[in-house]
Write a protein that binds this ligand. Sequence first.
Ligand SMILES: Cc1ncc(COP(=O)(O)O)c(C=O)c1O
Length: 428
Amino acid sequence: MAAYEELSKEELLKIKSELEAEFEQVKSQGLKLDMSRGKPSTEQLNLSMGMMDVLNSSSDLVCEEGVDCRNYGVLDGIREAKQLLADMMEVPKENIVIFGNSSLNIMYDTIARSMTHGVMGSTPWCKLDKVKFLCPVPGYDRHFKITEYFGIEMVNVPMTPTGPDMDIVEELVSTDPAIKGIWCVPKYSNPQGITYSDETVHRFAKLNPAAEDFRIFWDNAYGIHHLYEDKQDYLIEILMECKKEGHPDMVYKFSSTSKISFPGSGIAAIAASTANLKAIREQMQIQTIGHDKVNQLRHARYFKDIHGMVQHMKKHADIMRPKFEAVISTLEKEIGGLGIGSWLSPRGGYFISFDALPGCAKKIVAKAKEAGLIMTDAGATFPYGKDPQDSNIRIAPSYPTAEELKVATEIFVLSVKLVSIDKILESK
Ligand SMILES: Cc1ncc(COP(=O)(O)O)c(C=O)c1O
């Protein structure tokens, strides 16, 4: 099939009327499909049901510290859970603090604490005239919501196939003391599935920030979420890298078991330098007497160690891989060569990122909705919900069943074609 741009007006109108007939046919089915959020499917949640059986009323609930997990105590996580998450996050267990079930919650708390009390003794951000954050785009909508909520000005930095454009990051971070942080999803990024290259990580570790309280917010949510056993991305561990470069305090790492065990009931952690963790614990002891230790114990006993977790992730991959491949192959078959969109084929993570012709993303999402398919709002992958090109759409293939996904992708592709034809016709 020739690229749409090369077709005559008559040819395009003919294709359009055929596609419209197809679209009406799908629409008449009154479908209800959702490709909007990166939620594990029920089948994936079922993989971890054994965790419900590792503890029962006759279990010994005493953790390695000798503390009864049912009671108060152990502020920052039981030893066995720290070991498990430390191995998952590739850091020493001394550099980890376990929180509740959500890493996003830790990120929110981290920003909130920096606003009200500052970072390791520096001026609280709320006392400054301006606080800015760098936001690689497209990125994770909920990161941007947190910084927006606290009135932090967000500055877009374009993503490249090897991570954020580091020329821009270095220039801005080293010259502007109002820049206090950068949001990063360094492995199988949300939404593009990009993993930062060795050079990108080295350049991060070598940053010389103008602000002493600048921190890299390294949200490694998809660190072990590979789709393939033989084709896996590799990410250099940043905490050690920053230490080697003489900037041990410059990074906070975040992760959780949300997409390993249960998103509603996993465990989350922050990893950072000793000095950073000291400041975090000072606040934490005011905030809580400790998080849910029974759940920590459940995770530690169920997975046993990182090897158990890695084995478990292969089962997730077996469910996710065909879904990713189904979406990608439909995109290739239906849209490849038409010149109306581009996408990457990630080797892990939860998303596929689609770039439509400029000015088309909102219309495509609205069109898909007409036929009963909910996509993530166009613009959500950018700060303030504003995609300057109105081009990026996030596809989340995990939740629908294989059958639903097939229909959902067909609706998406039809919507892309119809909206793109209208756009091209405008200039014919
Ligand atoms: C990049 C990223 N970070 C964090 C989260 C949420 O993590 P949690 O469930 O640990 O709050 C998500 C969920 O989609 C995500 O994509």
